[in-house]
Write a protein that binds this ligand. Structure first.
Ligand SMILES: Cc1ncc(COP(=O)(O)O)c(C=O)c1O
Length: 356
């Protein structure tokens, strides 16, 4: 064992114990269900129930509990609050025309969550068992899934250290929990293409950091840049990296450029997963789908602002869009960079991919 034999032996033992966990689920239904609103904006109205699963180094995983949605009580020294030992996920449940509810590729989220947990030194969990508990939660609150093509139910699994003492160390207590909220429009004016502000003075992620994990710290530290983008009349930040101003992500989305590349080829390009990009589920799905279409070259490659600016000048850009669970596919209208405004173009694939 690389760390301490007790700790790792616990993990191994506990992950076997966890196999039984979905079967141990305890359900306490709310006696005061809320009135469901018309589909609300993203992240503001939560459903009637939540899922919690506690872990401790000495006792392992406890039975999962579905209970009425409500506030939680945390120790004031809790290390998720002090040192950001926490992470989260985001996925959606949709109601199909056949009225069945479907989760979109949830094992990819479980897998990414597991990787984030490893990076945060939080304990391992059984992905399939956890997903089964989430499925039961969604089933209980199924009336909250909108009857809509464009809206869904957003699922927010969260994993926090509840270590009740100060000191930067591996937690001895942790809590997995899941809350659900309706997901209508993510951006206020969804019909319009997004405006981005690109300035290398802020960096979202760096090599060796945690940009490829979904940890809260990555988002809290992006806020100042986000508000500066608004001061420049833009909705989101286009995150750049390095001396050559590599394009990495847009706000909390992966980014795609559909263009005629330097070699005259039609190409759909997105930055590679080199540690500073969040491996988006939507990103992966777009890559798989467009590779299957076989209509143009599909590449994971570095893209710089100077390449983009030349392509825009030479009218080689067909479209740019961001991708993510919350916003799905979002066209990019213009970018403010070094005092100039670069306009994009029409967005045929954005609309087509959104409909897939
Ligand atoms: C920084 C960042 N990039 C990309 C994405 C898109 O990932 P996904 O498609 O899995 O939602 C997200 C969304 O959570 C994100 O926070």
């Amino acid at each position: 064992c690389r760390f301490c034999s007790n700790y790792c032996t616990d993990f191994f033992f506990l992950s076997i114990v966890f196999f039984k966990q979905a079967a141990d689920l305890v359900i306490q239904l709310s006696s005061t269900p809320k009135t469901k609103p018309e589909v609300s904006t993203f992240g503001s109205v939560f459903t009637d129930h939540m899922l919690t699963i506690e872990w401790s180094g000495t006792e392992g995983w406890q039975a999962p509990l579905i209970k009425p949605f409500g506030n939680m009580s945390l120790h004031p020294a809790c290390s998720s609050l002090h040192y950001g030992v926490q992470l989260f996920e985001g996925l959606k449940a949709y109601r199909g025309d056949d009225n069945y509810l479907r989760l979109f590729r949830p094992m990819l989220n479980m897998n990414r969550m597991s990787k984030s947990a490893k990076r945060a030194c939080l304990p391992t969990f059984d992905q399939s068992e956890f997903l089964e508990c989430i499925r039961r939660l969604v089933e209980i609150d199924q009336d909250w899934v909108p009857y809509s093509d464009s809206a869904g139910l957003y699922i927010r699994p969260t994993f926090i250290s509840t270590e009740p003492s100060l000191g930067v160390k591996k937690p001895s207590h942790a809590l997995l929990y899941v809350i659900l909220c309706q997901a209508g429009a993510y951006f206020h004016n969804e019909a319009e293409a997004l405006s981005l502000w690109a300035d290398p003075k802020y960096t979202r992620a760096w090599k060796g950091g945690t940009g490829d994990c979904k940890m809260g710290g990555n988002y809290g530290c992006s806020l100042l840049a986000q508000y500066e983008a608004v001061d420049y009349g833009c909705q989101q930040v286009l995150w750049l990296y390095g001396e050559d101003h590599q394009i990495t992500e847009a706000g909390t989305m992966n980014i795609f450029l559909h263009w005629i590349n330097e070699d005259g080829e039609e190409e759909l390009a997105t930055p590679p997963l080199d540690g500073i990009i969040l491996p988006g589920v939507t990103r992966q799905s777009i890559l798989e789908l467009t590779r299957k279409w076989g209509e143009f070259k599909v590449t994971e490659r570095y893209l710089t602002m100077s390449q983009l600016c030349s392509a825009l000048e030479q009218q080689r850009v067909r479209e740019m869009f961001g991708s993510g669970t919350a916003c799905m596919i979002c066209p990019i209208g213009h970018i403010v960079y070094q005092g100039t405004v670069s306009k994009g173009s029409t967005h045929p694939h954005t609309h087509y991919l959104s409909a897939q």
